[in-house]
Structure formats: C-alpha cells, structure tokens
Design a protein around this ligand. Structure first.
Ligand SMILES: [Zn+2]
Length: 122
C-alpha cells in the first residue's frame, strides 16, 4: 500500500473520530490537516502540527529567509510534540513520539547545514 492510501485511511479515521478537515495543508508533506475535537491540528502523516494562526505572525514569518522560517516552524512543532512527552499511554505511542521528535531534529540539523553552506557561497 502506498503513502497516499495511508493518508486517505488515516484521514477517514480522523473524521470518524469527529475531526474536521481544514483548508490548510501540512507544511511538510502537503497532506490535508484535520482539527481534532480537542482543538489539536494534526497531519495524517506527521501527527500534531503547528500552523500560523494570526496574520502578524504570518507577515513576520515571510520577512525571514526561507530556512529560518522553516526552522521556526519546526521549533514550534517540536514545542507542540514536547507537550506529549511523559503523557503517552502506550509504548507504541512513546516510540512514535520519539521518532517524530528525532525526525524533526534531523531536519533542523540539515537546515542548519544548508544555511551554513549558502552563507559560505556569498
Ligand atoms: Zn504532514
């Protein structure tokens, strides 16, 4: 089964749990985002995501260089994920959470490397 099937399946599952589909899409993978009854915004692939919620924040973000903006988004995402540390109800959730956090940290590492590289080219 492909990744797309997974997105559809997970999306359907979220809707069944009472989530609503949003206009926004995941900043990382582009999948449609869902709002849970709890108010959390989730991507079927990445779990909880932080999206820009007000206009001033959006303007502020757009003035920063792309890599910085991406990193800021990821840091927000990590902040959201970190709220679940120690609150997971199963070993499986623990593994998923640590994988998600580890994955984001890897992306930050790559971003910082790219920023350093592009600076050196100037
Ligand atoms: Zn995603």
């Amino acid at each position: 089964m492909g990744k797309d099937d997974d997105v559809v399946k997970k999306g359907a599952e979220l809707l069944r749990q009472g989530a609503t589909m949003l206009q926004e899409s995941c900043p990382i993978c582009g999948s449609p985002l869902y709002k849970l009854k709890s108010g959390d915004i989730v991507c079927p692939i990445h779990g909880k995501v932080a999206i820009v919620s007000n206009e001033s924040e959006a303007i502020e973000e757009s003035s920063a260089p792309l890599f910085v903006r991406i990193e800021e988004k990821i840091l927000k995402q990590l902040d959201v994920l970190s709220e679940d540390i120690g609150k997971t109800s199963s070993y499986e959730d623990d593994v998923k959470l640590s994988m998600a956090i580890g994955g984001w940290l890897e992306v930050i590492e790559k971003l910082r490397f790219l920023r350093k590289e592009s600076k050196e080219k100037d």
